[in-house]
Design a protein around this ligand. Structure first.
Ligand code: HEM
Length: 408
């Protein structure tokens, strides 16, 4: 990936707050994306930092400041949610990129589709599919975890929610991956365009032929007294796809690499499956993948620094779960830790992840069904996995191996 052009600091940025940090191109130590980011930010003791990369932006780095930026909609807008100088050619993600009061009615529609009852049903489907996938390769003694497992699960669940045919799965997986992590801006925009076309075609189909799925429900719904236009409607579908796919797949990648390299933690869960629910929360705390950003809407002073309207501020979710003032010894994974779930891995404020219950369910099912069948596994010797990150950090490929005789 190209390093971003650094700009010079504007006069209201004190020199001691400047840090040389390029979000899309910093040297990750091994697979320790979150811990490396934390180390870099902690190398400067100030609460608020500024980097000249990616258009120049602020960075907040302790749990309270991350929470403030996410919760204060009067000063921070979600209109722009990435630090970038790129021209992103896709409709705004709805409701993610809408501020209050416009945000709530759209969110309510998605909330209904992701209610506890709906998640119960989707969880049953996720379990069937997880078992099917694992049974499919467990006797091989190896798999490429991301492509053969992690991406399949969330996309199949998305297809269930929106009532799309299973045969479109491979196409959507590939295009969504390119839209998120394609090599260049042009390639990413082209893939986002394809996703949009796909979404618009499905919207037209459901308008003509409504069913019981979420797209049909949204097509029929009214917001602020009128039907939803195609543009925000496509933005909603795109958000459900991108919001639920990449995040779950990436988190699964971090879970699998951690367990593959920590036999004692693995054994603990195999021997004490009742620990899995808390282990799931602890792994979510330790491996947050969302790097959020906001546009400053009205001047905001924090720690003696004034962030000016129109500037961008990074609110990295790992800086909450890995804040030592909130969680003792935060880099250590402890499946018995008390209340590991009180963190910002799923964001905060009005945009806090609407799919968090579904995500937790998918992740827990992975832990349960995988460890029951493949209790011992390792990263393939000689294979070096890499982390790639834009607004979501992900392990791009993960070759795992195990002894076929050890599977259950
Ligand atoms: C481990 C998995 C996941 C993680 C870590 C995650 C993380 C997040 C975060 C941090 C936000 C807030 C973004 C912001 O404030 O800018 C968010 C919002 C959202 N997520 Fe998730 N997410 C996950 C899974 C899912 C799933 C499975 C779905 C749906 C199927 C989903 C749908 C959404 C939607 C629709 C929003 C926007 C909510 C709003 O704007 O009100 N997410 N997610």
């Amino acid at each position: 990936m190209m390093a971003s052009q650094a700009i010079s600091a504007p006069p209201h940025v004190p020199a001691d707050r400047v840090i040389d940090f390029d979000l899309y191109n910093f040297p990750v130590e091994g697979l320790e994306y979150q811990a490396t980011m934390r180390r870099i930010f902690q190398s400067n003791p100030a609460r608020v930092l500024w980097t000249p990369h990616n258009g120049g932006h602020w960075i907040v780095k302790n749990n309270q400041d991350v929470a403030t930026v996410l919760a204060d909609n009067d000063h921070f807008s979600s209109r722009r949610i990435m630090v970038t100088t790129e021209d992103q050619q896709r409709p705004p993600l709805v409701p993610l990129q809408l501020d209050p009061p416009h945000h709530a009615p759209y969110r309510a529609l998605l909330q209904a589709a992701l209610s506890p009852k709906a998640v119960g049903k989707l969880g049953d489907r996720a379990r069937e599919l997880s078992i099917e996938l694992i049974e499919g390769f467990k006797r091989d003694g190896h798999c490429e975890f991301i492509g053969q497992f992690a991406q399949h699960l969330p996309i199949a669940i998305f297809m269930e929610i929106v009532g799309l045919p299973a045969e479109d799965r491979p196409y959507l997986t590939e295009v969504a991956e390119t839209a998120m992590r394609g090599e260049t801006e042009e390639i990413r925009n082209e893939a986002a365009g394809k996703l949009m076309m796909y979404g618009m075609a499905k919207v037209a189909e459901r308008r003509a032929n409504p069913g019981n799925d979420l797209i049909s429900t949204i097509v029929k719904a009214e917001v602020e007294g009128k039907p939803i236009d195609d543009f925000p409607l496509t933005g909603m579908i795109l958000l459900l796809l991108l919001g639920g796919l990449d995040t779950v797949a990436s988190t699964l990648g971090f879970y699998a690499q951690f367990l593959a390299t920590h036999p004692e933690h693995r054994r603990q869960l195999v021997e004490n499956p009742e620990l899995i629910a808390n282990a799931n929360e602890e792994l979510l705390r330790r491996f947050p993948i969302a790097i959020l950003a906001r546009e400053v809407k009205a001047d905001f002073t924090l720690d003696g620094i004034t962030m000016k309207a129109g500037e961008m501020v990074l609110a990295p979710t790992p800086m909450d779960g890995l804040d030592e003032h909130k969680f003792a010894d935060p880099l250590t994974v402890d499946f018995n830790r008390e209340k590991p779930g009180a963190n910002s891995t799923f964001g905060g404020g009005v945009h806090r992840c609407v799919g968090s219950m579904l995500a937790r369910t998918e992740l827990r099912i992975f832990l349960e069904e995988w460890l029951k069948r493949i209790p011992d596994f390792a990263v393939k010797p000689g294979f070096e996995p890499k982390v790639s990150a834009r607004s979501v950090a992900t392990i791009t490929r993960l070759e795992l191996v195990w002894d076929p005789a050890s599977v259950k």
